[in-house]
Ligand binder design. Structure first.
Ligand code: ADP
Length: 151
């Protein structure tokens, strides 16, 4: 059984994340969306809100579940028997950052990181840009799933 985790902060989940998850569904039997908890980081949305946005978005999708974790991503993978880490790539900066993390993870475990390239329509979306738009009272309906806007 091919089990992957899609780790991230999801503060909040965006249409960019959804694109990657939907396109990864045919590749895996199970995808666990894994919200990493970092007590030093400030979030706009609480852990409960972030989890609930994702659960509502993937309601009825049997292959997708949501979990939270603390500590190293590879340790979490081992705990839940996931052999793959799924990540999305938007640009060269993502690639450089992800390359170092993937190499480090390979040095710590046998877990493979699988990258999918962003779709052209969602390549510009990031959670940080969405937070910026929200803070400045802009329209963000087209950037996130309905669960986030509450509409
Ligand atoms: P992190 O805090 O680890 O960066 P994020 O929640 O921002 O977590 O992102 C989780 C994953 O989703 C990362 O692999 C990131 O590159 C990917 N991602 C985020 N936005 C997009 C997008 N618009 N297109 C493709 N992948 C994306």
């Amino acid at each position: 059984m091919k089990k992957a985790i899609f780790p991230g902060s999801f503060d909040p989940i965006t249409n960019g994340h959804i694109d990657i998850i939907q396109r990864a569904l045919p590749l895996f039997d199970e995808i666990v969306i894994a919200i990493g908890v970092n007590s030093n980081k400030k979030y706009m949305f609480s852990l409960e809100e972030r989890k609930s946005f994702i659960e509502k978005t993937f309601e009825g999708e049997a292959k997708v579940s949501v979990k939270t974790y603390e500590g190293l991503t590879v340790n979490f993978c081992e705990r839940i028997n996931a052999s793959f880490i799924l990540r999305g790539l938007r640009n060269p900066a993502d690639f450089e950052f992800e390359k170092a993390i993937a190499h480090t993870n390979r040095s710590l475990s046998d877990i493979e990181t699988v990258f999918l390239l962003t779709s052209t329509e969602t390549s510009f979306i990031s959670s940080s840009i969405v937070r910026e738009v929200i803070q400045n009272h802009g329209d963000y309906d087209h950037l996130v799933p309905k669960a986030v806007t509450g509409s």
